[in-house]
Write a protein that binds this ligand. Structure first.
Ligand code: NAI
Ligand code: ENO
Length: 365
């Protein structure tokens, strides 16, 4: 198996997950990382993900086949000049930022285009930090590559193969197209989720009735509002024009719907929900979009001490890891039901099978 020397600047959720995937698929690779957080580097040394913890960007980054910039977007750009002396002709310099135009401009200004291919794994989580990284985060996810104008085809082919070998699906896009597409399918949904949560917060009564009943669907569609505020602040500031364009389109749509409701326009309202339902249903179940599906099962639980612990034990003894567990009450499950969330679809399916075997009533949604 190919022995790769790979450097990381920033080893949080995404950097850590890529490094762990490399360790899984290329066990003999040599990995080094620089992160401003020393605890992160110690953890990655301790669990064997990296071989070398760097205290600065220095000559130890020489000889890397790939260097991944995985710090927050604006910090990535400021690392370029420090890295430049250590790039070899065959080094692929890449990043994982959610917005691409800024880093492409910074790379061009630094004269490093011949080495640079932007990268963006369309997978993530509302959590951040190395402690939440894992070796399967990018599995089955689209991994967008945005080659710079002057990088050679050989590097693009090699990087695409690496991405594929880590279990992700490479997709090559122009960086400007990338920024418009992600504004619509990722950035706007985050802004909508956060504004919707704040609408409930601001409209609620002193008793918090809205908050109390905003379980189920509301929690599902606003999960991403729990993401890192700093990261989303940076995304909004660095993809301003595209986000504003998609917001303007969306505001226009909302206003049209408002008018339709105001005028009791039955046909238009029916068409709104009908066309949206058809299009939504045409998106494959295993859609690899940025907003990951939650894999959860719901299970009736006897109201007795140790009920949840029994279920957790059944799953743990069968090596099924639980991401989240808790009792929820909503319109569908008025009596309350145990919701168990998993990391993968397969785990969710196995858990449902297993719990049925133990005579639990299980609902899959
Ligand atoms: N969180 C997500 O779901 C996704 C994030 N991204 C992109 O990935 C990048 C990183 O995000 P996360 O991994 O979520 O963040 P994170 O906060 O989990 O990790 C960032 C890491 O960079 C380190 N760091 C900060 N400044 C640094 C510097 N100047 N030099 C070296 N290390 C530095 C931090 O200590 C931390 O370990 C962002 O650009 C984000 O846009 C891309 C896809 C998904
Ligand atoms: O939590 C989720 O589902 C996400 O939306 C993750 C995500 C966040 C930022 C990205 O640039 C790509 C993916």
């Amino acid at each position: 198996m190919e022995q790769l020397r790979i450097g990381f600047i920033g080893l949080g959720l995404i950097g850590g997950s890529i490094a762990k995937a490399v360790r899984k698929f290329y066990p003999d690779s040599e990995m080094l990382a620089y992160d401003t957080n020393r605890t992160t580097l110690s953890a990655a040394m301790k669990d064997g993900t990296i071989d070398l913890a760097c205290t600065s960007i220095d000559s130890q980054f020489s000889g890397c086949r790939y260097i991944f910039l995985c710090a927050p977007v604006s910090n990535n750009s400021s690392c370029l000049s420090a890295l430049k002396p250590y790039l070899a002709e065959d080094t692929v310099l890449t990043d994982v930022g959610s917005v691409k135009t800024g880093i492409h401009q910074a790379v061009a200004a630094a004269g490093m285009e011949a080495n640079f291919i932007g990268g963006h794994p369309m997978a993530g989580s509302e959590k951040s930090g190395y402690e939440n990284s894992n070796d399967h985060l990018i599995e089955n996810a689209y991994y967008i590559l945005t080659p710079s104008a002057s990088v050679c085809q050989e590097k693009v082919t090699a990087y695409s193969s690496l991405v594929r070998s880590l279990g992700a699906i490479p997709l090559i896009l122009d960086h400007q197209d990338h920024d418009y597409i992600t504004a619509v399918v990722s950035h706007l949904p985050h802004i909508i989720a956060s504004s919707l949560v704040n609408l409930v917060r601001d409209s609620d009564s002193a008793e918090g009735t809205m908050k109390a009943i905003a379980a189920g669907g509301f929690r599902d569609i606003t999960r991403i509002a729990s993401s890192s505020p700093v990261m989303w602040q940076q995304i909004c500031l660095t993809n301003r024009e595209n986000i504003i364009r998609s917001m303007d389109d969306y505001i226009r749509m909302l206003k049209a719907v408002r008018d339709e409701i105001n005028h009791s326009d039955e046909d238009a309202l029916y068409k709104l929900f009908d066309t949206a339902r058809d299009y939504r249903n045409s998106i494959p179940e295993s859609s690899l979009g940025p907003i990951k599906k939650a894999y959860a099962v719901y299970c009736d639980i006897i109201d007795e001490a140790g009920g949840i612990a029994t279920i957790a034990t059944i799953l743990a003894t069968n090596h099924i890891s639980i991401k989240n567990i808790g009792i929820i009450h909503n319109r569908e499950f008025e009596e309350g039901v145990l919701r168990i969330e998993f990391y993968e679809e397969e785990a969710s399916r196995l858990a449902a099978q297993l719990l049925r075997k133990y005579h639990y009533t299980v609902y899959e949604r």
